[in-house]
Design a protein around this ligand. Structure first.
Ligand code: UT7
Length: 339
């Protein structure tokens, strides 16, 4: 199997502030029973007004670097998967590079052949960002076997929640995860295969405003299309279909069946989607990992928050097969096989 891409370190960061279902009951017409029965979510973590996506991304990155036992200066690429960046420009990856002390490389007066290279790149695959990022990282590691990739998935979805829209705003939370990826040295997991899909025709099912499609002038107030808008019922159906089909495709091309999977970590969108995907794949419930109850849907960060919890619970081991799968705006989706 392909050993080009190995996970050497993992770290996560969630904001301290907890937003409970009871808190939501105070600001909208909802109730604990509806939220829990329809979504399985009890709490989410929400950034303070003074914090942004790069803050949680940075702290997750620091932990991943420590976990990998490397010095930050060894990193050659920083990739950030996010659909909620601090700014349209500059990128979150550049902001995090500066906080990691890596911007010194751009401050040298003379660039010589020995000056260390560092590439910083953000990309937006919405909730599918981490799986897409694994595929991007695999390509760069294939180009350069000495590359050390810091892949961060960080989101601040609370910044785009319309709390007048009760069916969507109860679902999302903030957080970040990061991994150090390389093709040499110690690691605790190997990324064996990744498969990604897209259907841009369905882009209107989930949209977040604030981009250049909005012709905003100074003094305008933001309207509902500035926030995350989602057609929940349609998204539910496509999410289940895409995650199931992509996972089966990935297993099949690796000559595996669902029985070979030791641990299944689907995108933590909501408990009913997770149950539906698990049941269609016919994977035993005890192999399905979920922490959506605690964090809600953290978009690109969700699989890393779950992988970190699963690892701490002793469920992630080298040699055991972990299947991850995800789905998000775009539409985008993807699955990856780790062991
Ligand atoms: O990364 C992908 C992320 N996307 C998702 O996870 C979304 C997938 N979709 C879903 O999980 C579900 O569609 C939702 C949880 C978003 C909504 O559940 P639903 O069973 O599809 O509910 P609905 O929107 O059809 O609404 C059913 C009822 C409505 O009341 P009426 O018209 O039947 O009287 C809503 O007004 O539930 C009502 N409702 C609520 N009631 C209390 C909707 N939101 C709430 C709420 N509290 N927060």
């Amino acid at each position: 199997m392909n050993k080009l891409c190995q996970i050497a370190g993992l770290g996560i960061c969630v904001p301290e502030r907890v937003l409970s279902n009871h808190d939501l009951e105070q600001i909208m017409d909802t109730n604990e029973e509806w939220i829990v029965s329809r979504t399985g979510i009890h709490t989410r973590r929400i950034l303070d007004a003074s914090q942004g996506t790069s803050d949680v991304g940075f702290f997750a990155a620091q932990k991943a670097i420590l976990d990998a036992g490397i010095d930050a200066s060894e990193i050659t690429h920083i990739f950030v998967a996010t659909c909620t960046p601090d700014y349209l420009s500059p990128s979150v990856s550049c902001l995090i590079a500066a906080r990691l002390g890596l911007s010194a490389y751009s401050g040298v007066s003379t660039i010589s052949p020995t000056t260390k290279s560092l590439m910083c790149l953000d990309f937006n695959a919405a909730c599918s960002g981490f799986v897409y990022g694994l595929e991007v990282a695999r390509a760069f590691l294939a180009l350069d076997s000495n590359a050390v990739v810091l892949l961060i998935a960080a989101e601040a979805l609370s910044r785009r929640m319309n709390y007048n829209d009760r069916s969507t705003s109860v679902l999302f939370g903030d957080g970040a995860g990061a991994v150090v990826l390389r093709s040499k040295g110690d690691s605790f997991l190997t990324v064996h295969d990744v498969s990604c899909g897209t259907d841009g025709d369905l882009n209107e099912l989930i949209q977040i405003g604030g981009g250049t499609n909005m012709n905003v002038v100074v003094g305008d107030t933001v309207k509902e299309d500035f926030f995350l808008n989602m057609q929940g019922r349609d998204v539910f159906k496509h999410a289940v279909r895409c995650m199931v089909q992509e996972s089966l495709k990935l297993l099949s091309r690796n000559n595996l069946t669902i029985d070979d999977v030791d641990l299944f970590i689907p995108h933590q969108a909501n408990a009913r989607i997770i149950e539906a995907v698990g049941s269609r794949l016919e994977i035993p419930a005890e192999k399905v990992f979920t922490n959506v109850s605690e964090y809600g849907n953290t978009s690109a960060a969700s699989i890393l928050l779950a992988l970190d919890d699963a690892r701490k619970a002793g469920k992630v081991e080298a040699g055991k097969k972990t299947l991850i799968t995800t789905f998000g705006a775009g539409l985008t989706w993807g699955s990856a096989l780790l062991s």
